[in-house]
Design a protein around this ligand. Structure first.
Ligand SMILES: [Ca+2]
Length: 429
C-alpha cells in the first residue's frame, strides 16, 4: 500500500487513544525527547515482557526523534476521502491480476499456510496486496526511532500495573517491543525500517504484535517479515487466527437488499452504520425478508454457508451498498481497525477467488478511478504544468492540489479529487 493510505488507515486506529494534541503543535525539542527516553527506561518494569534498564538504555542510545512521525499524525485531519475512490484504486484490475500471479507462483506455500491456520489464501494475499502492493514495503523510518517518537508524542498517562495494558500505553509497549526484537536479534538491525507508525514488513506488522504472533514459516530460525514472503504470510494468518478467529466456511460479507419497511433505520448521513449488537443467524435475517443480491442486483434467497451469525454493515448508509457481515469482518478489523481497510481486503480477496464487485452503486455520479486512470490524469497535470508530481497512480496531497488548481483554471467548481466523470470533464480540450 502506498504510504499516504497507510497513514490514513493507521491513524484511524491511533486517534481515539490520543489525548495530548498540544504535543503535536511543534517538533519535540531534543532535550524533551532525551528526557522522555530516560523516563521510558525507568518504566521497563511495566513492559509486557522482561526488559532490563541496561538493555533498554544500550539499544536506545542510537535512537533518534523523527519528526515525520508527528507530521504524519497531523495529516489525517485533512480533507475528506471517499469510499468509492479508495475501493476503486485498491481493488482495481491491476491489483487483482498481480494478486493472481502471487497465488499462481506460491500456490503450494499458500495452501500450506491456509491449511495450518484456517485462513483463506486469498485473504492473506489480499492483505499483502493492500498493505504493500505485493512487495517488501517501502518504509524508510527506522522502526526503533518511529516507536520511540510515537511513545514520546503519545505518552502513557499512568505509569504501571493495569495501565500498561491499556490503549494509552500501547505506544510505550510498542517501543519496548522494538527494543526487545533488537536485543534478541529477531529482526535484522540494518533492515529494521518501516512506516511512521512503526509498521514494517510485507504485511505491515508492528513490533509488539510481531513479537507475539510472528511465525518462522520457512524454517530458517528467524521471523523475517521483510525478506521472507512466507514468514510474512504465516504471521498474518496467525494474527487472523489468534485475534478474533476465522470461520473457514463463511464469507466475510454478503451483499443484501433490506426490506422496504426496515430501510428507514439505515438512512445515510455519510457515516457508516455497523450494528454489531444485532448479530443473529443469517436464516433469521432471511426470515425477516432480507435478501442476497444476484449478479444484476436482483433479490435472491439469503443463504450463508453454515448459517453463521451476521449483522448489518452499510459503509455510507442508504442509498448505497448494504451488507450482512460475519465475524470474519471483525477479525480483519483486529488487523487494522479501519472499516475501509476491512472492505478493501475482503473485496480484493473476493475478486481473487473469482467473485465480482458490489452490484449496488455508490451514491455518487462520479465513481472512483483506477490507479491506471489516476496515472493518466497525473501525466496530464504534469504536461499542463499544474504539478511536477511523479505519476504513481495515487491521489496524494500534491496531486489533489494540482487537480484543484486545474479545476480553478478551467473555471469549474474546485474540488480536490477527480472521478470517472470529472476526469473526462477536466481533460477535455
Ligand atoms: Ca524465517
Amino acid at each position: 500500500m502506498n504510504f499516504l493510505r497507510c497513514l490514513i488507515w493507521a491513524t484511524a486506529a491511533l486517534l481515539p487513544a490520543f489525548s495530548t494534541a498540544a504535543l503535536l503543535d511543534q517538533p519535540l525539542p531534543p532535550e524533551q525527547f532525551s528526557a522522555c527516553v530516560q523516563g521510558l527506561a525507568e518504566q521497563v518494569g511495566s513492559a509486557g515482557k522482561p526488559l532490563t534498564r541496561e538493555d533498554f538504555a544500550r539499544i536506545t542510545a542510537a535512537g533518534k526523534y523523527d519528526d515525520r512521525v508527528r507530521q504524519s499524525m497531523l495529516v489525517q485531519a485533512g480533507e475528506p476521502t471517499y469510499w468509492w475512490d479508495e475501493l476503486a484504486a485498491t481493488t482495481d484490475d491491476e491489483r487483482v491480476q498481480d494478486g493472481l500471479k502471487v497465488l499462481a507462483r506460491e500456490g503450494d506455500a499458500l495452501r500450506k499456510i491456509e491449511a495450518r491456520f484456517g485462513v483463506p489464501k486469498e485473504i492473506i494475499v489480499a492483505i499483502y496486496g493492500i498493505e504493500t502492493n505485493y512487495g517488501p514495503a517501502g518504509g524508510k523510518i527506522p522502526v526503533l526511532d518511529a516507536a520511540l517518537s510515537l511513545a514520546c508524542l503519545r505518552p502513557c498517562s499512568a505509569g504501571t500495573g493495569a495501565a500498561a495494558a491499556s490503549a494509552t500505553c500501547r505506544s510505550r509497549e510498542r517501543a519496548f517491543a522494538a527494543v526487545r526484537l533488537l536485543r534478541d536479534q529477531k529482526v535484522r538491525a540494518d533492515n529494521f525500517l518501516g512506516s511512521w507508525a512503526a509498521a514494517f514488513g510485507r504485511t505491515q506488522f508492528v513490533p509488539d504484535t510481531l513479537e507475539m504472533l510472528g511465525v518462522d514459516f520457512d524454517g530458517d530460525g528467524v521471523v523475517d517479515v521483510v525478506g521472507s514472503e512466507r514468514d510474512a504470510w504465516a504471521s498474518t494468518a496467525n494474527h487472523l487466527k489468534t485475534r478474533g478467529g476465522w470461520i473457514a466456511a463463511a464469507p466475510v460479507w454478503v451483499e443484501v437488499s433490506i426490506p422496504a419497511d426496515q430501510q428507514a433505520a439505515f438512512a445515510g448521513k455519510g457515516q457508516s452504520i455497523r450494528q454489531q449488537d444485532r448479530a443473529k443467524k443469517a436464516s433469521e435475517w432471511a426470515a425477516q425478508g432480507w435478501r442476497a443480491l444476484g449478479p444484476k442486483g436482483e433479490g435472491e434467497p439469503l443463504q450463508v454457508a453454515g448459517d453463521p451469525e451476521v449483522y448489518p454493515f452499510l459503509p455510507v448508509g442508504l442509498p448505497g451498498p448494504a451488507f450482512l457481515v460475519t465475524r470474519n469482518f471483525n477479525t480483519i478489523l483486529r488487523y487494522n481497525s479501519s472499516e475501509r481497510y476491512g472492505m478493501e481486503v475482503s473485496l480484493l480477496a473476493h475478486k481473487l477467488a473469482g467473485g465480482r464487485d458490489f452490484v449496488t452503486p455508490w451514491p455518487t455520479d462520479d465513481p472512483g478511478l483506477t490507479r491506471a486512470q489516476v496515472k493518466e490524469l497525473q501525466q496530464w497535470l504534469v504536461q499542463k504544468g499544474y504539478t511536477k508530481v511523479i505519476p504513481d497512480g495515487v491521489q496524494g496531497r500534491n496531486t489533489r492540489e494540482a487537480i484543484e488548481a486545474a479545476f480553478v483554471a478551467k473555471g469549474m467548481p474546485p474540488q480536490k479529487r477527480a472521478g470517472q466523470r470529472t476526469m473526462k470533464l477536466l481533460m477535455q480540450p
